[in-house]
Ligand binder design. Structure first.
Ligand code: KDG
Length: 354
């Protein structure tokens, strides 16, 4: 009983202090209706918070793209929502964060599609080695009916897919030797994403693939428990992999999309007009993010050389040896992905590449 009385006294004191401080009681200050030109934009104090888990750091194209998304949502909803970004896998790596989004305990995450094949094997179609010849073809497939159909299919898994951003064309680095052919990969422990096709492709190329979450990669290279890894240039440069890797080869062996995921459970509870603003913001942010990523790639190959890395650009003949070495992966995984989808995507890529 005493505890209750004490609690009441504390509450009253708090109310008195708050009144003195704000001059208008506990609620946040409200403009005089006579002078307010527009509906009161909720202050960040009462905005609905949307948390986003991001696996890479705050200078990555992905983080910048999701920041653009947040700015567009805040503007479009007049501050009703606040997008809070959590970088460096603070809220969990791709797989864990995606599970939290599925359960509705986290609002959003934009992981690599490669990390999600345990949720939907169709996403593995984007892991087919050397599938996309360039970014323009990748954009057309991802932003067209094939990509949209895959996004729509995720709803049944508790995930609202809003758009594809760019992780990019992946290149291999290592601390042991220059890589010009698959033979140079022999015996090298190369970290891969936790994805069976990546494992199979690197085995086919002669490496010793070691799957692990992205957040563990830098330390593993620093401690030499792995010899190398493979990621797009912006990740290699911005995560400072050049500090623990001597060699990079521009293999462009896979184009990985990021997929902007929203919790379907939380999405379904949102007003339709808010959903439309979020969807439009994701599409605009996607275009912005892809440009940021591509501008960085142009700029950062040279910066990696300046930072002391040996960066090898393969001749077409050298590249063909890698392409031929990974071809068996297509047949090996066609059933798992779905033969129809593999054919649809490869036919579309062929048509768009003419
Ligand atoms: O959230 C993005 C990262 O966690 C990760 O997907 C980046 O390509 C990546 C990798 O190699 O894991």
């Amino acid at each position: 009983m005493i505890k209750r009385r004490k609690g009441l006294a504390t509450l009253l004191t708090g109310l008195m202090v708050a009144t003195l401080v704000t001059g208008c009681g506990l609620s946040s200050a409200k403009p005089d209706p006579k002078t307010a030109a527009t509906p009161t934009a909720p202050t960040s104090a009462n905005a609905k918070v949307i948390k986003v888990s991001i696996g890479v750091n705050e200078v990555s194209p992905l983080y910048l793209g999701m920041k653009k998304f947040g700015d567009l949502v805040k503007e479009g909803t007049k501050g009703k929502y606040e997008i809070q970004l959590y970088a460096n896998a603070q809220l969990g790596d791709d797989i864990k964060a995606t599970e939290s989004v599925r359960m509705g305990t986290l609002e959003m995450t934009p992981p690599s599609t490669s990390a999600l094949t345990g949720i939907d094997n169709k996403l593995m179609v984007f892991d087919l080695p050397f599938l996309f010849p360039n970014a323009e073809v990748a954009d057309k497939v991802l932003d067209g009916p094939i990509g949209q159909n895959i996004l729509d299919g995720l709803s049944a898994k508790g995930l609202k897919g809003l758009a594809y951003m760019e992780n990019g064309f992946r290149d291999v680095t290592n601390s042991v030797r220059e890589i010009k052919s698959p033979a140079d990969l022999k015996g090298l422990k190369i970290r891969t994403m936790e994805n069976p096709m990546h494992l199979a492709a690197w085995k086919a190329m002669g490496a010793n693939p070691t799957p692990m979450p992205f957040s563990e990669v830098f330390t593993a290279m620093q401690q030499k428990t792995i010899d190398g890894q493979e990621n797009p240039i912006p990740t290699i440069y911005l995560q400072k992999f050049n500090e623990v890797q001597k060699y990079a080869t521009i293999s462009n062996h896979v184009y990985t999309p990021f997929i902007v995921l929203f919790s379907q459970k939380i999405w379904d509870a949102m007003p339709k007009e808010d959903q439309a603003i979020f969807q439009q913001a994701a599409l605009e942010a996607k275009d912005y993010q892809r440009k940021v990523s591509r501008d960085m790639v142009k700029d950062q190959v040279g910066k990696l050389r300046t930072a002391g890395m040996t960066v090898t650009e393969l001749t077409p003949a050298q590249l063909k040896v890698f392409q031929d070495a990974t071809k068996p992966v297509y047949d090996q995984f066609a059933d798992k992905i779905g033969k129809d989808l593999v054919k649809k995507v490869t036919d579309e890529v062929e048509k768009l590449s003419k």
